[in-house]
Each structure stands twice: as structure tokens, then as C-alpha cells.
Design a protein around this ligand. Structure first.
Ligand SMILES: NC(=O)c1ccc[n+]([C@@H]2O[C@H](COP(=O)([O-])OP(=O)(O)OC[C@H]3O[C@@H](n4cnc5c(N)ncnc54)[C@H](O)[C@@H]3O)[C@@H](O)[C@H]2O)c1
Length: 317
């Protein structure tokens, strides 16, 4: 199948692209290279800011020239803190970019879309194991843009028959190939690696949460497992009757910050100091995916454990 992948030069996009290419798909990229690197993607990249005035025409030209049948939409701004500082820009980028993409798809009759959503749509739920059906209450503009994005693709489904699936990723980490590291230093594992490499203590925000060891528990999903989930979701889009359009992508089991740090010590053989800091606002004690829906509907489940996530992340550049 001919697929356009937005955000193809990014951390997750480059994994999804490579896996789809290895499975025989023809993948075209679209990316403004603001946080991505063109070297991560082996193929043609359309350099375009999806939120810009030129985006609709540029995308339509790519769709028509390459007989694109499906779009995997990962391009987005994803820094929670930045989204709180610059909410209007996040709306312009993430919502404006998606509106342009949907317009171009509608006008060229590209009917399949996989949308990259996030566990950030859930906010601070009371439940610790989260099913897709709980009420979504994002607590920052980043999460809001993801929830609105889900609504936009669902509305396009109703209005002009778009076939869509939204994948709510939990904490993505690791590397499937050594040249595809997560360079953003925004999540626990890259942040810990940066501190270790700088010879500084790794900061832990809160050790008095109501969890087994007092630190926050999250659901870490290997980026290669996540890429496999995209493959399964694309196949699902081809089915005539689809019961669901939103899926959690996680492992269903969480790891605490201290467990992640212990895995890092074990896998890297490097000892390091830890500094305990006050809790951060907006961090729930535990957030894990209920993965029953994706397992039973897409026949997908995560294969990699925390050790392989940490070891692969450490080796990647
Ligand atoms: N990394 C995670 O843990 C995580 C968790 C949940 C959801 N997500 C989502 O996954 C997607 C990919 O995230 P990532 O971690 O690979 O981030 P990334 O920053 O590495 O990749 C995003 C890519 O999109 C491009 N991009 C951003 N805005 C663009 C725009 N307006 N026009 C064109 N290109 C643009 C960037 O240059 C980059 O290559 C995002 O939608 C993000 O919200 C990520």
C-alpha cells in the first residue's frame, strides 16, 4: 500500500516508517524537520509545516502524485510544559495541521487515517488501569489537542466516510534500531541517560506516592511494539465492519520510576546518584493501559519488557 507518514523524521515516525517499509509498503514522508532528522527516514520527504498556508496544496500534490491510499499522522508538537506556555501555538500546530491534512485528504479522496493520540487525553483519572471508555479530561493543552484531534477524525468519518483509528500511546521508549534514538530528552529514560552521561544525579519527583515503592508508576511501551501496533491498525482499517476506533497502546503492566532506574543500573552497568525532589503538579501516582481491547480486536500485544526497552535505548544514537 502507498502510505503518507507525517512526522516520518521523528523518533516514533522513523520506526513506524522502517517497519512498514520492511513489510512491503511504499512509505512517503511529510515533515517540517523542526524536531526530526531527515537522515532517520529512507525515502522521499515533503518538507512542509502542516499548519502552514501552503500545506493543503502541498499534501494534495503528494497524494495525487503517489497514489496515496492511507495516512499515518504522527507530526505534532508534544511537549506538555511548552503547551502550557504557548497554548495558542499548540492549537495552531496540532489542530490546524490536522485540519489541513483532513482537507487535503477529503479533496483527493484519501479515505484511511491512523491518528497518533496519547494517554494524555485521560488527564488525572481516578482509575489506575485505564480503559478507553473512561471520561477523558486532559489537564494541559497538549492533551487537549490530542482529544480534539480524535473528535476531528471521528467527525470526518461521519461527514465523508473517513476510515479512522486513533491510537493512544502510553510511555514510548527504547529503540528498534541503533540509529533511531529518542533524542528529545523529555521522557524519564532519556532524561535519566542525559543526567548519567553528564555525571549528575538523576532527579526523582516524589517518593511518597501511594504506590509500592513511593514513586510514580507508568506503562512503558517499546517503540518497536508500538510500530507493530500501527501495522495491525492499518490492516484493521481495511475491514468493512470495525467495532472500535480508539485503542490504548501499552503493556498493561506498569513500572515505577525506581524500577526503571534499577533496570538502567543493571542494563548499563553504570552506577549513579538519585536526588529526590518534591512531587510535580499534575503527576498521577499510577497510569497503566487496559490493553484488552487492542489485544482482542487487533490481535496485538507488546512483546518487549522493560529490560529490553532500557538496553536498546542505551545503545541507540
Ligand atoms: N514519545 C511519546 O512518548 C509519545 C506519547 C504519546 C503520543 N506521542 C505522539 O507521537 C507522535 C510522534 O512523537 P515523537 O515522540 O516521535 O516526536 P518527534 O518530535 O520525534 O516527532 C514529531 C515529528 O513531527 C514533525 N513535526 C512536528 N510538527 C510538525 C508540523 N506542524 N508539520 C510538519 N511536521 C511536523 C517533527 O519535525 C518531527 O519529525 C506525536 O504526535 C506525539 O504527540 C508520543
Amino acid at each position: 500500500m502507498n502510505i503518507l507518514l507525517t512526522g516520518a523524521a521523528g523518533y516514533i515516525g522513523s520506526h513506524v516508517a522502517r517497519l512498514l517499509q520492511q513489510s512491503g509498503h511504499e512509505v512517503f514522508g511529510a515533515d517540517d524537520l523542526s524536531t526530526g532528522f531527515a537522515t532517520r527516514f529512507d525515502g522521499k520527504i515533503e518538507h512542509v509545516d502542516l499548519a502552514s498556508a501552503d500545506a493543503v496544496e502541498a499534501l494534495k500534490a503528494v497524494f495525487l502524485a503517489n497514489q496515496i491510499e492511507a495516512v499515518v499522522h504522527l507530526a505534532a508538537r508534544k511537549q506538555v510544559g511548552e503547551s502550557v506556555q504557548k497554548p495558542e501555538w499548540y492549537y495552531l500546530q496540532n489542530i490546524g495541521g490536522l485540519a489541513n491534512l483532513l482537507t487535503a485528504m477529503r479533496e483527493t479522496r484519501v479515505q484511511k487515517l491512523l491518528f497518533s493520540s496519547s494517554a494524555a487525553v485521560y488527564g488525572m483519572p481516578e482509575a489506575q488501569i485505564i480503559t478507553e471508555d473512561i471520561h477523558c479530561q486532559p489537564i494541559n493543552p497538549y492533551g487537549e489537542t490530542k482529544l480534539i484531534g480524535e473528535w476531528m477524525v471521528a467527525d470526518a468519518g461521519k461527514a465523508w466516510g473517513l476510515n479512522h483509528v486513533s491510537l493512544r500511546y502510553f510511555n514510548v521508549a527504547g529503540a528498534g534500531w541503533e540509529d533511531l534514538a529518542d533524542t528529545a530528552v523529555a521522557n524519564l529514560i532519556p532524561i535519566a541517560f542525559a543526567a548519567i552521561r553528564a555525571g549528575e544525579p538523576v532527579r526523582v519527583f516524589g517518593d511518597d506516592y501511594p504506590t509500592d515503592d513511593g514513586s510514580c508508576v507508568r506503562d512503558y511501551i517499546h517503540v518497536l511494539d508500538l510500530a507493530e501496533a500501527h501495522k495491525s491498525a492499518l490492516e484493521y482499517l481495511d475491514q468493512a465492519n470495525r467495532e472500535h476506533s480508539v485503542f490504548n497502546v501499552g503493556t498493561g503492566t506498569g513500572a515505577s520510576v525506581f524500577e526503571v532506574l534499577a533496570a538502567i543500573k543493571e542494563q548499563t552497568g553504570v552506577d549513579f546518584e538519585v536526588s529526590i525532589e518534591p512531587r510535580r503538579a499534575g503527576d498521577p501516582p499510577k497510569l497503566c493501559a487496559d490493553v484488552n481491547r487492542i489485544q482482542s480486536t487487533l490481535n496485538w500485544q507488546a512483546e518487549n519488557d522493560l529490560e529490553s526497552i532500557v538496553a536498546s535505548a542505551w545503545l541507540a544514537k
